[in-house]
Design a protein around this ligand. Sequence first.
Ligand code: ATP
Ligand code: MG
Length: 656
Amino acid sequence: MNAEVQSAAAALHTAPQEFIKNAHIDAARYEEMYRASVEDPDAFWAEHGRRLDWIKPFSKVRNADFTFGQVSIKWFEDGTLNVAQNCVDRHLETRGNQTAIIFEPDDPNAPARHITYAELHEKVCRMANVLRSQGVTKGDRVVIYLPMIPEAAYAMLACARIGAIHSIVFAGFSPDALANRINDCGAKVVITADTAPRGGRRTALKANADAALLHCSDRVRCLVVKHTGDQTTWVEGRDVDVLALMDHAAPDCPAEEVGAEDPLFILYTSGSTGKPKGVVHSSGGYLAYAAMTHQYTFDYHDGDIFWCTADVGWVTGHSYIVYGPLANGATTLMFEGVPTWPDAGRFWAVCEKHKVTQFYTAPTAIRALMGQGNGFVEKHDLSSLRLLGTVGEPINPEAWNWYNEVVGKGRCPIVDTWWQTETGGHLITPLPGAIPTKPGSATKPFFGVRPVVLEPESGKVIEATEAEGVLCIGDSWPGQMRTVWGDHGRFEETYFQQYKGYYFTGDGCRRDADGYYWITGRVDDVLNVSGHRMGTAEIESALVAHPQVAEAAVVGYPHDIKGQGIYAYVTLMNGVEATEALRKELEAWVRTEIGPIAKPDLIQWAPGLPKTRSGKIMRRILRKIAENDYGALGDTSTLADPSVVDDLIENRMNRA
Ligand code: ATP
Ligand code: MG
């Protein structure tokens, strides 16, 4: 099949010599460190655990048991530390006047803000004192429902400073979703803002919080950041003007000593496969892993300007806007706006304005901007860029090549980072000076990560280098989630029951002859057509490669003869007419791109695809519609635009 041809023969892209020469990790060092990390993980992680400042140094390194029924994961368990101290205080002596956070507001004409480490320290301390004054103590939960403003980072670090556990709820979520999360984690306090400007419009965050709090205990306090100054309702005794209190709070606040295993945060998964789970991350292991992956995957050096475009509401924002960069004393950019406002050149304008060196975004954004043409990119001077990254979904080679050539001008290595909310940091990713890339492959495992490919039905490990099946991880790594908040049973059932002794990722993958990993999509999305297994991602890539296709999503549906049929939802480029001739052409196109077996049985024209707020296609909904079973779509509360679903149901192709 073309898939194999593609992976074996895919062009290797090597970083420029200059890049390799200055990289933290080159090819030889990667091999040597990787071997050390899997042969003697205790020694390896003892060394790398020391990248943090510990109050009481750890003597135990790894203590992990993946046995179903008794799963327990601990790292550095007898060590104590404070996460905010690691992200802020320890840099003060050498970097007090260095910018920690560049804040780029939604409005391109409003001034950007440069927050130094010294200022960050003061803000975090003041906010920590405000939280204390509201009765928040070690182990209490604080829900953060804030837009992409510096106060979101202050709030995270303020919680960490006093040992409280934060749970960020993406500011695009509805009152219902917010209320569910406040109640699930039993938060004492919600921190929100009056309104949130995005793309020139304003979301009434405080009003959403008011609506949510109607469904929560009346003891929950609401701390409001007056960000825009817009008028909001005010509940005396419950609502607190947090900036006003910060002005009066003491500018210093002692950092609470916490255990390495004390939770740092809870983050609810995006819900693309089911009811969101409260993923719990630790203080010590998580921070060490976020910091180390940030440094090596992005080849971060002093003086770099690092920009991750994710929202702090997602794990990517936690690990690669806040915790990883700040633990490394980096300069990290926070962007309040959207990629397409005032025009589709905003990302590139911000890169130019702040001389961004590493740029990290999602395939969905890349595809959207690719569809707007090259002019928006070419208008801007992107010569400061050294490295590009992607995360969130498999990136189709079409988009990869555009990113590489048009944005990176062929001189910026691309790191396609595979990881999950559950993993805390990157697990499979190129290290840019060490691992030549292939468009669409996440390449090789990070240090200490032992990927295993299993036969889906038998669960047998496939030892051969070339393998295709489900992706599991053979051993723990420090950034691994520790439990599902309040439901350890669900944690074990979701990740450790199906394939005994392994962490089950839920993703399918292929390993090619060079040992490169290709994520083929969720296991639920791997199709079995007449006995041939294939990832939906491959067929989607083929469809998107057609010049008239903007986006595609492929799912299976029951088929009398083949077992499973291939159902493709296709969004056409702006202005392209959906005709029968085009449908036939796309069928023929996939036949030649991949092979006759991959030809879609049904193609539905989709004006839009159902996506989560983080931009991921919700395939379980598409599967239901394809199965003609659209009555029970399950939890759709995290959909960005529920109205697209109605259109898809109305025009469904399988009415059997
Ligand atoms: P939920 O777990 O609630 O269903 P989710 O899995 O979409 O939501 P995340 O943890 O944000 O939530 O996403 C992790 C998943 O995203 C991975 O399991 C994988 O399917 C996909 N993914 C992330 N990065 C990549 C990548 N570089 N290549 C391919 N797939 C990726
Ligand atoms: Mg997931």
